[in-house]
Write a protein that binds this ligand. Sequence first.
Ligand code: PMP
Length: 282
Amino acid sequence: TFAILNGKLIERNQAKMDIEDRGYQFGDGVYEVIRVYNGKMFTLQEHLERFERSTKSIGVSLPYTMDQLKSLLLELVEKNNLRLGIIYMQITRGVAPRNHAFPEENVEPTLVAYTREMTRPKDELQTGVKTILTEDIRWLRCDIKSLNLLGNILAKQKAVEHGCFEAIQHRGQNVTEGSSSNIFMVKNGIVITHESNHLILKGITKDVILGLCSASGIPVNERAFTLKELAEADEVFLSSTVAEVMPIIEVEGKVVGNGEPGSITRKIQELFVNEIEKQCGA
Ligand code: PMP
């Protein structure tokens, strides 16, 4: 299979990194994960725009235009014959002698992208998943899709060790987001999810869901909600590029609603699959 390294399509096993790449040493970079359905990239424009925003927010200048990046990714998907899977793409500040401050000379950022085959999580989408709660110990710029993921990794590992799919993070009493997903609750027919500020990642899937809700008259309230509200929710679900619209049936050992994915969650899942079909014909 092929990978992109600094604007060139090369054999994946030929893609080698320098040990002083700042992504490797500092996590000094940003990334995106893009879903491919039926050989087509889902919400590509949104991912490219977020990628550009992320690079700007850490002061890395993208050495490619959005159109160049788009054609590179198209070529990658085609060359790899990817039908159902993901693209992983990251950019780092580049290779320079190790020093916390930005390198002085004009160091070229390192851009990497590759693909991976990945099925949809069909069983979990049907049955729903279990989650735990964990304090959100991350920094205050969670809106940047940074390579620095230690807080997220420790949270996800805790979930895995408890036999759970995801860890729901909270800052004090307020629920923020999952370790790699956004969190939604439903109460009395209203969908509630944390506003997209510096405390969470502005999920592409989250925004697709908000758009679908608004187009179909499902009321949404974008605001922080508390652990108490979460415990009393009628329905809970999470969203991400990889997990799509995933019902949550248990939080910290406590059953959500009647223990089955709720009707509004099901409705949003249906709308979401229609959107995939609309964009990708999958
Ligand atoms: N929050 C975090 C911390 C994430 O890592 C992700 C997955 N990238 C999300 C939310 C969901 O974002 P998206 O829908 O764009 O995949």
